[in-house]
Ligand binder design. Structure first.
Ligand code: GLY
Ligand code: MN
Ligand code: MN
Length: 417
């Protein structure tokens, strides 16, 4: 309660004198007759209230806080059960005053609301830097998700289907009380692991192939976003070990460099250099490292960003207008900001062998001097490798929230169970 009250006070202080703050909570979304999609509260509303019930509003008028809850009738209670009324909600959520949602007009009457763009900016600014209370929730979301990843590692074996492992992950989270996943789990075996947003999760697992699982649960809305890649039969082949080592080394070096003050786009550029060096050592790329980064050859194998903010949304707010910087690199990245203590970000380099890129005639012509395409073609049955951890930026050393095995020996031991 104190946690949410403190965040409301911060928001009110940030917007002092600019008008009244009105936040509308989420409403149920119908799926078909009498069925709704699983309700997930609006992230801004959750941020300052912790209220997970639909149909609410929050009004901050200077220091005065009003939570408005739906007025439900006997019919609603027959089907949906108990819904807290004003007195109970006041106790539960620790706000000054609770009224019914149908009284909203009365609360807003004659008052000037903050301009929506200003409210958006204030929320983006505040949500970017996590408080200790938020970090405690994020640690727990990561712990539960990490244990679920470990359960999947132990369960993985040839002959299963991807969805059977999805079921292991999701069940472990739900059993721990985390009923919402932060995003649909990606469980990708073999060549599917090179599909960045793979969703089918229905292919069989074959011995000798890799499995990539990108999955995380959320707690009170706070997301975990974790990826591990490992051999389905529990033992890395030489080729898998070589590529894995490039990705792991890149990730560890990037975590070391994720210090306050560094620009996230520069960090991405650094990750591309380390991957370029690694792919050169494997004979897949040739030439000057900087040239391979600039001419886009590395992006044939590593076509996504290194990092994004994490919080109440898996791709979280990026910090508001005051933090927007011009991109100092030529690489298209969505998140360009100087890292600050209290940012929670992912670190997720990857190397993939993607048919749609490696077989593209124009790209093959463009990069014929930089890429050994004969060798690359021999990897088209390989899939891809991504390793993703969630870290808290701090002065000194980043705190890694993710404790799932990632060193080769530790991964093989975890797969053995
Ligand atoms: N799971 C989505 C992402 O890694 O960004
Ligand atoms: Mn991510
Ligand atoms: Mn992810």
């Amino acid at each position: 309660m104190n946690h949410y009250r403190a965040l409301r006070r911060r928001l009110a202080a940030r917007l002092k004198g600019q008008g009244l703050v009105h936040l509308q909570g989420g409403k149920p979304v119908p799926r078909n007759f009498d069925v709704e999609y699983a309700f997930r509260q609006n992230s801004d509303f959750l941020y300052v209230t912790g209220v997970e019930e639909p149909g609410c509003h929050l009004v901050l008028d200077g220091a005065r806080e009003t939570l408005l809850v739906p007025r439900v009738d006997a019919h609603h209670r027959v089907w949906e059960g108990h819904v807290p009324g004003p007195a109970e909600a006041k106790r539960l959520f620790g706000v000054d005053r609770v009224m019914y949602a149908d009284e909203l007009k009365k609360v807003l009457k004659g008052r000037r609301p903050v301009a929506p763009a200003k409210l958006r900016d204030a929320l983006d600014e505040l949500r970017a830097v996590k408080t200790e209370g938020e970090l405690a929730l994020m640690r727990r979301a990561n712990d539960v998700s990490g244990k679920a990843h470990l359960a999947v590692m132990k369960a993985t074996k040839p002959g299963l289907r991807e969805y059977e492992l999805q079921a292991v992950f999701d069940a472990a989270c739900v059993k721990a009380g985390l009923k919402h996943l932060a995003y649909p789990s990606i469980v990708a075996a073999g060549v599917n692991s090179a599909v960045l947003h793979y969703r089918k999760n229905n292919a069989p697992l074959k011995s000798g192939d890799l499995l990539l699982i990108d999955a995380g649960a959320e707690l009170s809305g706070y997301a975990a976003d974790i990826t591990r890649t490992y051999p389905i039969n529990g033992k890395f082949t030489r080729r898998q070990r070589d590529v894995y080592s490039v990705v792991l080394e890149t990730q560890k070096r990037c975590i070391e460099k994720a210090q306050p003050g560094i620009n996230s786009a520069e960090l991405h550029l650094f990750s591309m250099r380390v991957i370029a060096e690694g792919l050169k050592s494997l004979g897949l790329l040739r030439g000057e490292t900087d040239g391979l980064v600039e001419n886009g050859a590395v992006r044939l194998f590593y076509p996504h960003g290194l990092t994004h903010m994490l919080g109440l949304d898996v791709h979280d707010v990026t910090g508001g207008k005051k933090r927007v910087l011009p991109n100092p690199t030529k690489i298209p990245v969505r998140f360009v900001a100087k890292l600050e203590p209290g940012f929670v970000i992912t670190m997720e380099p990857g190397v993939y062998f993607i048919d749609a890129l490696l077989k593209d005639p124009a790209l093959r012509r463009k990069h014929k001097d930089s890429v050994d395409f004969r060798l690359a073609d021999s990897f088209l049955d390989f899939g891809g490798i991504r390793i993703e951890d969630d870290i808290v930026v701090r002065a000194g050393r980043a705190e890694n929230l993710t404790r799932v095995p990632k060193e080769i020996e530790a991964v093989e031991a975890a797969c053995e169970g």
